[in-house]
Design a protein around this ligand. Structure first.
Ligand code: SR1
Ligand code: MG
Length: 424
């Protein structure tokens, strides 16, 4: 049967017919239904009791196609099961940073969740120059907990293998394989170039054997390194914030993959936000001697990585001290475990930079862009921002083994923005 999106009346009747929701929404006679989805895949609604506006939920439904493109790009609706399972798992690990699931329907492929009414999408907040004092602490905690507790560092080996197989997410992983690791690196018809985009810049990357090999390594890692349960699409549009709280939403791309993929996504999107400041700063009030908003953005990238690395190592050490190392037998005193941990985190940093590079390139060359950059109305300036971000991404991929710390990455970004190419 042909899919039809639910009408407001149908959705209202449905929600009022689920006893737990009827009670949660304060026994509404009527619900106000507003479609608010601006994502690429699904329909999203707010459903609010017209007589008690504080009683409101979010409903997300997966249509049998990719919303951004329409019915010509079919997708199975079972992706909603992946999303619900991931929301529940991440919610159990990080209840303060994941919206609560109130109800899921595996026939209608929908989920009903906590409404975050005083929060906004992080990307929008960053474009408006808003400072979120607790963001870095929250995101490092979220990353440390989700990445550690889904991995063999915590789970028993048999439990982990079963979890890997239960979380297989073939279709959405295929979207990432194509849109992040393949099509932006060839002259593919799905690529979209901004009006003044310097095509020679991307042609140079396509012709760089060294870069293509690095991207091949990242793609291989994404497809084969089932290290932990990932969010799988952790850009700044998948994060909701206010001054006090941070929530990670939309884990429909969740699967067991390399830890650095989620970390790289966060770093990439902060760097894209930072490069785009060249535009937004032109419209900002002068801030005197105060550190600029750009400084704050880069400081967040540094604090998220450094905070993550420290919290992740602490979780690991605590677990080891309770259970003993199950990786390095006979390691009395734990010196080998410490050395292994240091090497693990070093490798994870390199991997995160490689993924960040791929993710930055896909947002400039590929079909799914980010508003930080598309909102730049001046075409020449937008092209400058894009070239700088591409050059940074290239260096992240090529020099990830030489960049020893996140401060090196910050210095690299600053260097690229100050020297190449100059602003028009
Ligand atoms: C065609 S779907 C485009 C993108 O939207 C999602 O947010 C993922 O990033 C995906 O690659
Ligand atoms: Mg999404």
């Amino acid at each position: 049967m042909e899919f039809e999106a639910l009408s407001s009346a149908e959705l209202s009747t449905y929600l009022r017919g689920v006893p737990s929701l009827y009670s949660l929404l304060n026994e509404p006679d009527e619900l106000d239904i507003t479609e608010v989805g601006d994502g690429n895949l699904n329909y999203v609604y707010f459903a609010t009791n017209t007589r008690a506006p504080d009683r409101s939920v979010v409903v997300k439904q997966a249509p049998p196609f990719l919303r951004l493109v329409g019915k010509t790009w079919p997708l199975t609706r079972h992706r909603m099961e992946r999303e619900v399972a991931a929301l529940r798992r991440f919610g159990a690990l990080c209840p303060a940073h994941v919206p609560r699931v109130y109800h899921a329907d595996s026939e209608l492929f929908l989920v009903v969740m906590q409404r975050l009414s005083s929060h906004r999408i992080l990307r929008q907040g960053l474009m408006d120059g808003v400072v979120y004092p607790r963001l870095a602490g929250h995101l490092s905690t979220y990353l440390a907990h989700t990445l550690f507790y889904g991995s063999d560092l915590y789970l028993a080996s048999d439990v982990k293998k079963q979890a890997v197989s239960a979380a297989v997410n073939t279709e959405l992983c295929r979207i990432t394989e194509d849109l992040v690791f393949t099509w932006p690196f060839e002259d593919h018809p799905s690529n979209v170039y901004s009006p003044a985009f310097a095509r020679a810049e991307i042609e140079r990357l396509w012709q760089s054997p060294a870069l293509r090999v690095e991207v091949g390594e990242m793609k291989w890692s994404f497809m084969n390194d089932a290290e932990t349960l990932l969010h799988g699409d952790l850009h700044t549009g998948s994060i909701m914030v206010n001054e006090d709280e941070t929530y990670v939403i939309d884990p429909e791309f969740a699967f067991y993959g390399p830890m650095g993929f989620d970390i790289g996504a966060v770093l990439a999107n902060l760097l894209l936000a930072w490069f785009s400041r060249a535009w937004h700063d032109r419209h900002a009030e002068p801030s005197g001697d105060a550190p600029s908003y750009g400084d704050w953005l880069l400081a967040q990238a540094a604090a998220i990585w450094n905070g993550f690395a420290s919290e992740f190592a602490t979780l690991w050490r605590e677990h080891e001290s309770r259970r003993g190392s199950h990786f390095i037998g006979g390691d009395r005193g734990g010196a080998c475990a410490e050395a292994f941990r240091a090497r693990f985190i070093e490798r994870l940093f390199e991997q995160s930079l490689g993924f960040a590079g791929c993710k930055m390139i896909r947002r400039i060359v590929g079909m799914a862009k980010v508003a930080d950059i598309t909102s730049i109305a001046d075409n020449a300036l937008r092209a400058t921002v894009e070239v700088r971000a591409l050059r940074c991404a290239e260096q992240l991929l090529l020099r990830r083994r030489q960049l020893r710390s996140i401060e090196d990455v910050v210095a690299l970004a600053r260097d690229i923005a100050s020297t190449r190419p100059a602003l028009a």
